[in-house]
Design a protein around this ligand. Sequence first.
Ligand SMILES: [Zn+2]
Length: 79
Amino acid sequence: MAPIQMMKKIVNQILKRLVQPFASLFSKIASEAPIASEEKQSAAKKFRSKHKNPIACPECGKLMKNERGVKQHIAKMHK
Ligand SMILES: [Zn+2]
């Protein structure tokens, strides 16, 4: 085998060994990412449930914290 081919083979083996841990790390991150976003969604749901009895604007359906908020919203946005 020519020396250059030997060198290429060795370099390829070294590169494979260097890249392998990163490849598995990236696939681990990619597989964990959807779980993280689900956690964020449930946190958003918890936040929304804190505002109990939201009232929707009859004009545009936008949710307000309470009846007074809807009245103020209508007075401001739907004159
Ligand atoms: Zn409205």
